[in-house]
Design a binder for this molecule. Sequence first.
Ligand SMILES: [Mn+2]
Length: 362
Amino acid sequence: MSRHSTDAGVNGRSTQLRRSDRFLAGLEDFKSVTFVSHVHPDPDALGSMVGLAHLVETCQGKPTRLTRDGQICRAENRAMVDLLGIDLIPTEKIRWRPTDAVVMVDSQPKTGRHSFNGEVDLYAVIDHHQTPGDLDGVPFLDIRRSLGATCSLVTRYLMEQEISIPDRVATSLYYGIETELAGFPREASSLDDTALHHLFPLIDKDLLAKIRNAPLPEAFFEALLQALQCSFTYDRLLISWINDLPNPELAAQVVDFMIRYEDIDWAVCAGIYDEQLILSMRTTWPQAHAGEMLRQIVSKMGGKAGGHDRRAGGYIRLASPSTNSIEQVQAELRRRLLKALHIDECRGKRLVPRREMLQNMV
Ligand SMILES: [Mn+2]
Protein backbone atom coordinates (compact mmCIF):
# COMPACT_ATOMS: atom_id res chain seq x y z
CA MET A 1 0.00 0.00 0.00
CA SER A 2 1.45 3.39 -0.95
CA ARG A 3 1.99 6.11 1.59
CA HIS A 4 -0.76 8.14 -0.11
CA SER A 5 -3.30 5.59 1.00
CA THR A 6 -2.91 6.26 4.71
CA ASP A 7 -4.45 9.38 6.15
CA ALA A 8 -4.34 10.72 9.65
CA GLY A 9 -7.85 10.03 10.92
CA VAL A 10 -9.95 11.63 13.64
CA ASN A 11 -8.04 12.32 16.87
CA GLY A 12 -4.82 11.39 15.14
CA ARG A 13 -5.95 7.78 14.66
CA SER A 14 -4.63 6.35 11.48
CA THR A 15 -7.18 4.93 9.07
CA GLN A 16 -6.51 2.77 6.08
CA LEU A 17 -9.15 4.49 3.96
CA ARG A 18 -7.86 6.35 0.94
CA ARG A 19 -9.18 9.85 0.36
CA SER A 20 -11.25 8.76 -2.62
CA ASP A 21 -12.82 6.02 -0.44
CA ARG A 22 -13.75 8.55 2.21
CA PHE A 23 -15.04 10.99 -0.41
CA LEU A 24 -17.31 8.31 -1.91
CA ALA A 25 -18.39 6.87 1.45
CA GLY A 26 -19.67 10.28 2.55
CA LEU A 27 -21.84 10.50 -0.57
CA GLU A 28 -23.74 7.29 0.25
CA ASP A 29 -26.62 9.16 1.91
CA PHE A 30 -27.17 11.56 -0.98
CA LYS A 31 -29.22 10.96 -4.12
CA SER A 32 -27.23 13.17 -6.48
CA VAL A 33 -24.15 15.39 -6.59
CA THR A 34 -23.76 18.98 -7.80
CA PHE A 35 -20.34 20.50 -8.46
CA VAL A 36 -19.60 24.18 -8.01
CA SER A 37 -16.40 26.16 -8.55
CA HIS A 38 -15.13 29.73 -8.87
CA VAL A 39 -16.37 32.52 -11.14
CA HIS A 40 -15.35 32.26 -14.79
CA PRO A 41 -14.38 28.60 -14.33
CA ASP A 42 -10.96 27.82 -15.78
CA PRO A 43 -9.78 24.48 -17.22
CA ASP A 44 -8.67 23.26 -13.78
CA ALA A 45 -12.14 23.94 -12.34
CA LEU A 46 -13.89 22.44 -15.37
CA GLY A 47 -11.64 19.38 -15.55
CA SER A 48 -12.04 18.74 -11.81
CA MET A 49 -15.84 18.80 -12.11
CA VAL A 50 -15.77 16.49 -15.15
CA GLY A 51 -13.38 14.05 -13.45
CA LEU A 52 -15.28 13.88 -10.16
CA ALA A 53 -18.62 13.51 -11.96
CA HIS A 54 -17.13 10.54 -13.81
CA LEU A 55 -15.93 9.09 -10.50
CA VAL A 56 -19.34 9.45 -8.84
CA GLU A 57 -21.30 8.19 -11.84
CA THR A 58 -19.04 5.17 -12.35
CA CYS A 59 -18.66 4.14 -8.70
CA GLN A 60 -22.14 4.98 -7.43
CA GLY A 61 -24.37 5.44 -10.48
CA LYS A 62 -25.67 8.73 -9.10
CA PRO A 63 -26.72 11.61 -11.35
CA THR A 64 -24.44 14.66 -11.28
CA ARG A 65 -24.76 18.32 -12.25
CA LEU A 66 -21.87 20.56 -13.30
CA THR A 67 -22.35 24.28 -12.85
CA ARG A 68 -21.03 27.48 -14.39
CA ASP A 69 -20.59 30.54 -12.19
CA GLY A 70 -20.53 33.60 -14.44
CA GLN A 71 -19.43 33.57 -18.06
CA ILE A 72 -16.62 31.65 -19.67
CA CYS A 73 -14.90 34.16 -21.92
CA ARG A 74 -11.40 32.92 -22.60
CA ALA A 75 -11.31 31.45 -26.12
CA GLU A 76 -9.44 28.29 -25.07
CA ASN A 77 -11.86 27.63 -22.21
CA ARG A 78 -14.88 28.08 -24.45
CA ALA A 79 -13.32 25.71 -26.95
CA MET A 80 -12.72 23.19 -24.15
CA VAL A 81 -16.40 23.31 -23.15
CA ASP A 82 -17.65 23.10 -26.75
CA LEU A 83 -15.24 20.51 -28.13
CA LEU A 84 -15.38 18.20 -25.09
CA GLY A 85 -19.16 18.62 -24.76
CA ILE A 86 -19.07 19.71 -21.11
CA ASP A 87 -22.65 20.29 -20.02
CA LEU A 88 -22.83 23.22 -17.59
CA ILE A 89 -25.84 24.65 -15.77
CA PRO A 90 -25.59 28.34 -14.78
CA THR A 91 -25.52 28.53 -10.95
CA GLU A 92 -28.48 30.92 -10.89
CA LYS A 93 -30.64 28.26 -12.58
CA ILE A 94 -29.82 25.55 -10.04
CA ARG A 95 -32.52 24.55 -7.58
CA TRP A 96 -30.77 23.32 -4.46
CA ARG A 97 -32.16 20.13 -2.91
CA PRO A 98 -31.33 18.67 0.51
CA THR A 99 -30.77 15.21 -1.03
CA ASP A 100 -28.10 16.68 -3.28
CA ALA A 101 -24.45 16.73 -2.13
CA VAL A 102 -22.70 19.95 -3.13
CA VAL A 103 -18.99 19.66 -3.87
CA MET A 104 -16.82 22.74 -4.37
CA VAL A 105 -13.69 22.28 -6.49
CA ASP A 106 -10.70 24.52 -7.21
CA SER A 107 -12.00 27.17 -4.81
CA GLN A 108 -12.88 27.65 -1.14
CA PRO A 109 -16.04 29.08 0.45
CA LYS A 110 -16.31 32.81 1.10
CA THR A 111 -13.09 33.82 -0.66
CA GLY A 112 -15.03 36.19 -2.91
CA ARG A 113 -14.12 34.02 -5.85
CA HIS A 114 -17.64 32.82 -6.55
CA SER A 115 -21.23 33.94 -6.36
CA PHE A 116 -22.20 30.72 -4.55
CA ASN A 117 -22.73 32.05 -1.06
CA GLY A 118 -23.82 29.37 1.33
CA GLU A 119 -27.26 28.77 -0.26
CA VAL A 120 -26.83 25.18 0.89
CA ASP A 121 -24.30 23.37 3.05
CA LEU A 122 -21.31 21.97 1.24
CA TYR A 123 -20.46 18.29 1.51
CA ALA A 124 -16.89 18.71 0.28
CA VAL A 125 -14.20 21.19 -0.70
CA ILE A 126 -11.43 19.87 -2.96
CA ASP A 127 -8.84 22.50 -3.78
CA HIS A 128 -5.20 23.56 -4.03
CA HIS A 129 -5.33 27.34 -3.48
CA GLN A 130 -3.34 29.14 -0.81
CA THR A 131 -6.18 31.56 -0.16
CA PRO A 132 -7.88 30.32 2.98
CA GLY A 133 -11.67 29.95 2.92
CA ASP A 134 -14.32 29.42 5.56
CA LEU A 135 -14.26 25.63 5.91
CA ASP A 136 -16.19 25.31 9.17
CA GLY A 137 -18.62 22.41 9.19
CA VAL A 138 -17.66 21.01 5.79
CA PRO A 139 -17.54 17.20 6.31
CA PHE A 140 -15.01 16.33 3.62
CA LEU A 141 -11.92 18.43 2.96
CA ASP A 142 -9.00 17.73 0.67
CA ILE A 143 -6.90 20.84 0.26
CA ARG A 144 -3.34 20.35 -0.92
CA ARG A 145 -1.56 23.65 -1.36
CA SER A 146 1.58 22.08 -2.77
CA LEU A 147 -0.28 20.77 -5.79
CA GLY A 148 -0.12 22.50 -9.15
CA ALA A 149 -3.68 21.60 -10.08
CA THR A 150 -6.90 20.37 -8.52
CA CYS A 151 -7.23 18.09 -11.57
CA SER A 152 -4.12 16.19 -10.39
CA LEU A 153 -5.86 15.40 -7.14
CA VAL A 154 -9.00 14.29 -9.01
CA THR A 155 -6.89 12.11 -11.33
CA ARG A 156 -5.41 10.53 -8.22
CA TYR A 157 -8.93 9.62 -7.02
CA LEU A 158 -9.69 7.97 -10.38
CA MET A 159 -6.39 6.06 -10.22
CA GLU A 160 -7.09 4.94 -6.65
CA GLN A 161 -10.49 3.58 -7.68
CA GLU A 162 -8.92 1.93 -10.74
CA ILE A 163 -11.72 2.98 -13.06
CA SER A 164 -11.22 3.53 -16.76
CA ILE A 165 -11.06 7.12 -17.94
CA PRO A 166 -12.78 7.94 -21.27
CA ASP A 167 -10.82 10.19 -23.65
CA ARG A 168 -13.16 13.15 -23.06
CA VAL A 169 -12.61 12.98 -19.29
CA ALA A 170 -8.87 12.39 -19.66
CA THR A 171 -8.52 15.34 -22.04
CA SER A 172 -10.43 17.62 -19.63
CA LEU A 173 -8.20 16.64 -16.72
CA TYR A 174 -5.01 16.82 -18.76
CA TYR A 175 -5.79 20.28 -20.10
CA GLY A 176 -6.74 21.40 -16.59
CA ILE A 177 -3.33 20.35 -15.27
CA GLU A 178 -1.45 21.62 -18.30
CA THR A 179 -2.88 25.13 -18.05
CA GLU A 180 -1.95 25.33 -14.37
CA LEU A 181 1.58 24.04 -14.90
CA ALA A 182 2.73 24.46 -18.45
CA GLY A 183 4.53 27.44 -19.80
CA PHE A 184 5.64 29.87 -17.22
CA PRO A 185 5.49 30.17 -14.27
CA ARG A 186 5.32 26.53 -13.27
CA GLU A 187 4.52 25.12 -9.84
CA ALA A 188 4.41 21.35 -9.98
CA SER A 189 4.64 18.49 -7.54
CA SER A 190 5.36 14.83 -8.24
CA LEU A 191 1.62 14.13 -7.98
CA ASP A 192 1.00 16.52 -10.89
CA ASP A 193 3.64 14.72 -12.95
CA THR A 194 2.17 11.29 -12.11
CA ALA A 195 -1.28 12.48 -13.16
CA LEU A 196 -0.04 13.90 -16.49
CA HIS A 197 1.87 10.70 -17.16
CA HIS A 198 -1.20 8.57 -16.44
CA LEU A 199 -3.54 10.69 -18.57
CA PHE A 200 -1.35 11.32 -21.61
CA PRO A 201 -1.96 7.99 -23.41
CA LEU A 202 -5.72 8.42 -22.87
CA ILE A 203 -6.27 11.91 -24.24
CA ASP A 204 -7.59 12.98 -27.64
CA LYS A 205 -4.53 14.83 -29.00
CA ASP A 206 -6.39 16.29 -31.93
CA LEU A 207 -9.03 17.91 -29.70
CA LEU A 208 -6.33 19.10 -27.32
CA ALA A 209 -4.52 20.88 -30.18
CA LYS A 210 -7.80 22.54 -31.20
CA ILE A 211 -8.36 23.77 -27.64
CA ARG A 212 -4.81 25.08 -27.23
CA ASN A 213 -5.06 27.01 -30.47
CA ALA A 214 -8.64 28.21 -30.19
CA PRO A 215 -9.51 31.09 -32.55
CA LEU A 216 -9.06 34.44 -30.77
CA PRO A 217 -11.73 37.16 -30.98
CA GLU A 218 -10.99 40.73 -32.05
CA ALA A 219 -11.40 41.75 -28.37
CA PHE A 220 -8.19 39.91 -27.53
CA PHE A 221 -6.13 42.05 -29.90
CA GLU A 222 -7.87 45.22 -28.75
CA ALA A 223 -7.02 44.45 -25.12
CA LEU A 224 -3.43 43.60 -26.01
CA LEU A 225 -3.02 46.83 -27.94
CA GLN A 226 -4.44 48.89 -25.06
CA ALA A 227 -2.04 47.14 -22.68
CA LEU A 228 0.98 47.74 -24.91
CA GLN A 229 0.06 51.41 -25.24
CA CYS A 230 -0.28 51.77 -21.50
CA SER A 231 2.44 49.63 -19.87
CA PHE A 232 4.92 51.19 -17.46
CA THR A 233 7.93 49.71 -15.72
CA TYR A 234 9.03 50.57 -12.21
CA ASP A 235 12.33 48.82 -11.59
CA ARG A 236 11.46 45.09 -11.89
CA LEU A 237 7.68 45.67 -11.95
CA LEU A 238 5.55 46.24 -15.04
CA ILE A 239 2.00 47.57 -14.76
CA SER A 240 -0.37 47.48 -17.73
CA TRP A 241 -3.55 49.54 -17.60
CA ILE A 242 -6.55 48.73 -19.76
CA ASN A 243 -9.28 51.35 -19.63
CA ASP A 244 -11.90 49.29 -21.37
CA LEU A 245 -11.44 45.59 -20.74
CA PRO A 246 -13.78 43.74 -23.16
CA ASN A 247 -14.14 40.78 -20.77
CA PRO A 248 -12.70 40.06 -17.31
CA GLU A 249 -10.63 37.05 -18.33
CA LEU A 250 -8.53 39.09 -20.76
CA ALA A 251 -6.49 40.58 -17.88
CA ALA A 252 -4.98 37.15 -17.22
CA GLN A 253 -4.28 36.52 -20.89
CA VAL A 254 -2.54 39.87 -21.24
CA VAL A 255 -0.42 39.48 -18.10
CA ASP A 256 0.67 35.98 -19.17
CA PHE A 257 2.18 37.66 -22.21
CA MET A 258 3.64 40.70 -20.42
CA ILE A 259 5.49 38.69 -17.74
CA ARG A 260 7.72 37.41 -20.52
CA TYR A 261 9.36 40.84 -20.86
CA GLU A 262 13.03 40.21 -20.10
CA ASP A 263 13.62 43.23 -17.89
CA ILE A 264 11.01 42.51 -15.20
CA ASP A 265 10.17 39.97 -12.50
CA TRP A 266 6.64 41.15 -11.72
CA ALA A 267 3.75 42.00 -14.03
CA VAL A 268 0.32 43.32 -13.15
CA CYS A 269 -2.54 43.95 -15.55
CA ALA A 270 -5.38 46.12 -14.26
CA GLY A 271 -8.38 46.58 -16.51
CA ILE A 272 -11.72 48.26 -16.04
CA TYR A 273 -14.75 46.05 -16.52
CA ASP A 274 -18.25 46.55 -15.15
CA GLU A 275 -17.35 49.11 -12.44
CA GLN A 276 -14.48 46.98 -11.23
CA LEU A 277 -10.73 47.13 -11.63
CA ILE A 278 -9.92 43.54 -12.62
CA LEU A 279 -6.43 42.51 -11.54
CA SER A 280 -4.08 39.81 -12.68
CA MET A 281 -0.55 39.38 -11.39
CA ARG A 282 2.41 37.18 -12.32
CA THR A 283 5.93 36.86 -11.01
CA THR A 284 8.99 34.88 -12.03
CA TRP A 285 10.07 34.55 -8.40
CA PRO A 286 9.53 31.17 -6.83
CA GLN A 287 7.66 31.09 -3.51
CA ALA A 288 6.68 34.73 -3.90
CA HIS A 289 3.23 34.26 -2.32
CA ALA A 290 1.74 36.52 -4.97
CA GLY A 291 -1.80 35.45 -4.07
CA GLU A 292 -1.40 36.48 -0.45
CA MET A 293 0.41 39.69 -1.39
CA LEU A 294 -2.32 40.80 -3.78
CA ARG A 295 -4.99 39.81 -1.27
CA GLN A 296 -3.43 42.07 1.36
CA ILE A 297 -2.98 44.95 -1.08
CA VAL A 298 -6.55 44.97 -2.33
CA SER A 299 -8.29 44.10 0.96
CA LYS A 300 -7.31 47.59 2.17
CA MET A 301 -8.94 49.00 -0.96
CA GLY A 302 -12.27 47.22 -0.69
CA GLY A 303 -11.28 44.46 -3.07
CA LYS A 304 -10.80 40.70 -3.11
CA ALA A 305 -7.89 38.67 -4.43
CA GLY A 306 -6.19 35.33 -4.11
CA GLY A 307 -4.08 32.83 -5.95
CA HIS A 308 -0.82 30.97 -5.84
CA ASP A 309 2.90 31.63 -5.37
CA ARG A 310 3.50 33.14 -8.77
CA ARG A 311 0.00 33.93 -9.99
CA ALA A 312 -2.77 35.96 -8.49
CA GLY A 313 -6.05 37.51 -9.50
CA GLY A 314 -8.68 39.74 -7.99
CA TYR A 315 -10.68 42.90 -8.30
CA ILE A 316 -11.33 46.27 -6.69
CA ARG A 317 -14.85 47.66 -6.85
CA LEU A 318 -14.85 51.21 -8.24
CA ALA A 319 -16.90 53.65 -6.20
CA SER A 320 -17.46 55.95 -9.16
CA PRO A 321 -16.98 55.64 -12.92
CA SER A 322 -15.47 59.15 -13.13
CA THR A 323 -11.98 59.42 -14.61
CA ASN A 324 -10.80 61.28 -11.54
CA SER A 325 -11.92 58.61 -9.14
CA ILE A 326 -10.51 55.81 -11.30
CA GLU A 327 -7.15 57.60 -11.48
CA GLN A 328 -7.10 57.85 -7.69
CA VAL A 329 -7.69 54.11 -7.33
CA GLN A 330 -4.99 53.40 -9.92
CA ALA A 331 -2.52 55.69 -8.12
CA GLU A 332 -3.22 54.03 -4.80
CA LEU A 333 -2.86 50.55 -6.28
CA ARG A 334 0.45 51.54 -7.88
CA ARG A 335 1.71 52.98 -4.59
CA ARG A 336 0.74 49.85 -2.66
CA LEU A 337 2.32 47.56 -5.25
CA LEU A 338 5.60 49.48 -5.15
CA LYS A 339 5.60 49.42 -1.37
CA ALA A 340 4.87 45.69 -1.19
CA LEU A 341 7.73 45.02 -3.60
CA HIS A 342 10.12 47.43 -1.86
CA ILE A 343 10.51 49.55 -4.97
CA ASP A 344 11.16 53.26 -4.39
CA GLU A 345 8.48 55.63 -5.68
CA CYS A 346 9.58 56.58 -9.17
CA ARG A 347 8.20 57.75 -12.46
CA GLY A 348 7.10 54.83 -14.63
CA LYS A 349 8.98 54.21 -17.86
CA ARG A 350 6.82 53.46 -20.88
CA LEU A 351 7.38 49.97 -22.30
CA VAL A 352 6.77 51.34 -25.81
CA PRO A 353 7.67 55.04 -26.13
CA ARG A 354 4.87 57.28 -27.41
CA ARG A 355 7.01 58.43 -30.32
CA GLU A 356 7.48 54.88 -31.60
CA MET A 357 3.77 54.12 -31.27
CA LEU A 358 2.95 57.12 -33.49
CA GLN A 359 5.77 56.47 -35.96
CA ASN A 360 4.41 53.05 -36.85
CA MET A 361 0.84 54.15 -37.38
CA VAL A 362 -0.41 53.97 -40.93
MN1 LIG B 1 -6.69 25.47 -9.97
